[in-house]
Design a protein around this ligand. Structure first.
Ligand code: AMP
Length: 421
């Protein structure tokens, strides 16, 4: 069992992407699944659980929404006097991933509003390109929720391109066996009964630029340049710069961008030459007692502080981590939208392994800058604890890809606020 599954057993409301619902009776009495018209497997229609279908755990201790994958039991239940009442299936449709932020809103406020206004439960599962939206509730309520979402999406599209966004919606028909690829054959438009129009690929391609613009439209503006070159450094000749590089670990630099090569900034020699205008950074450097920048820092800081992307290759122990962290601290605290108002972390450090993630965290924790908070999230770590910290608000996320993807897909972490990677 993966640690994702293990942790989600603890009662976390995890939502897994793309899982077709199964056929099963359901009741509507207590608990979140009841509100959605579902009944846990192993419970009778009065809501008594025998627990057998969940193995050794009693059914009352493990509801479908607590399992790693949400399974909504889809057909109606028997209720009072043996009359069969058919419940509504979830109303499912797809939206571009780019629109999900609009639908969910900062900290999930928008989606909560939508749920309250419509009386439905709305579930969002992001896929590679599109998100699947499921609306649970009675038919009228579902229609109302769908209308509210359509309005929201249309308002958003008009604000951004004046065009309607691609959206399609359908209700599950063959609940038991429909897979997502198969579900194309049972797709209906939002009217639920007119067949889906064929995709106009030519027009989609034509509008690619517009969709791209739309995708990035609600991202915060970025300020990137925080470097004021000291005259002494600016006046270094090319020969002097090359000589310094040769004598300091034989540094070589290349501009990987296509086209005309840009000037590689001259290396600095002292901390002040990079951070004179940032006294809190200087205070941190004094506190840890470093004497002078390492060669990779001397060359990296003038580049990163100007906002250029940099691939820095140097041996372990040469000070690479700090080469990236210090400009990151400045970047985080100097953005036009303040940290509190960005609705998520501003810096992401993605590492391939848990060991490296912990190493970066240890380096990060040596410094304190303007109350910047960091968290290290990795598979095998305490998922609940990580979620609790992330949702309270952090500025720097140091992560391994699996756990980051898990928290992002389940909307615990919003990566749209990241401006420094
Ligand atoms: P790293 O290569 O990033 O793993 O860093 C190795 C160690 O060097 C870490 O413990 C850093 O705190 C330390 N370090 C970073 N920059 C300097 C510096 N300019 N002078 C001395 N030690 C440094």
């Amino acid at each position: 069992m993966s640690d994702w599954e293990a942790d989600s057993d603890e009662g976390e409301p995890c939502v897994s992407p793309a899982k077709p619902p199964l056929s099963e009776s359901r009741s509507e009495t207590a608990g979140p699944s009841r509100a959605l018209g579902t009944r846990p497997v192993g419970e009778d229609k009065e809501g008594r659980g025998d627990g057998k279908r969940w193995g050794s755990r009693p059914a009352s201790a493990r509801e479908p929404w607590q399992s790693g994958t949400l399974e909504y039991r889809a057909r109606g239940s028997f209720r009072g006097g043996g009359r069969r009442r058919v419940e509504s299936l979830p109303l499912c449709f797809h939206l571009d991933n780019a629109l999900v932020g609009t639908l969910i809103g900062r900290g999930g406020t928008k989606i909560k509003e939508l749920e309250e206004s419509s009386g439905c439960k709305i579930q969002v599962a992001k896929g590679n390109y599109k998100a699947e939206i499921k609306i649970f509730g009675g038919n009228d309520k579902q229609t109302k929720a769908k209308m509210l979402i359509d309005n929201l999406v249309e308002k958003y599209s008009q604000n951004n391109t004046g065009e309607k966004c691609i959206k399609d919606s359908f209700k599950y028909k063959d609940i038991g066996s429909t897979s997502y690829s198969e579900s194309q054959s049972v797709v209906f438009n939002s009217g639920f009964n007119s067949p889906k129009q064929p995709i106009n690929w030519a027009s989609l391609r034509e509008n690619k630029a517009k969709y791209e613009a739309m995708k990035w439209a609600d991202l915060p503006p970025i300020e990137k340049c925080f470097y004021k070159e000291e005259p002494k450094i600016a006046f270094m000749s090319q020969e002097e710069a090359d000589k310094w590089r040769k004598e300091n670990n034989n540094i070589t630099c290349d501009d990987l961008k296509d086209g005309e090569k840009r000037h590689i900034p001259n290396p600095i020699h002292k901390f002040e030459e990079a951070f004179k205008h940032y006294p809190d950074i200087m205070a941190n450097i004094k506190k840890v007692g470093f004497q002078k920048p390492t060669p990779i820092q001397s060359q990296a800081w003038p580049i990163i502080l100007q906002g250029f992307d940099l691939i820095g290759i140097a041996q372990t122990g040469t000070g690479k981590t700090l080469a990236y962290l210090m400009p990151g601290f400045i970047h985080l605290d100097s953005q036009p939208v303040s940290r509190e108002k960005r609705g998520g972390p501003g810096m992401l450090v993605l590492t391939p392994t848990r060991e490296l993630a912990l190493q970066v965290e240890a380096e990060c924790l040596k410094y304190s800058y303007k109350g910047i908070k960091s968290i290290c999230i990795y598979g095998g770590g305490d998922r609940k604890g990580q979620i609790s910290v992330v949702t309270k608000g952090v500025d720097i996320v140091i992560a391994t890809p699996g756990r980051l993807n898990d928290l992002q897909m389940n909307s615990f972490i919003n990566l749209r606020s990241i401006t420094y990677l």
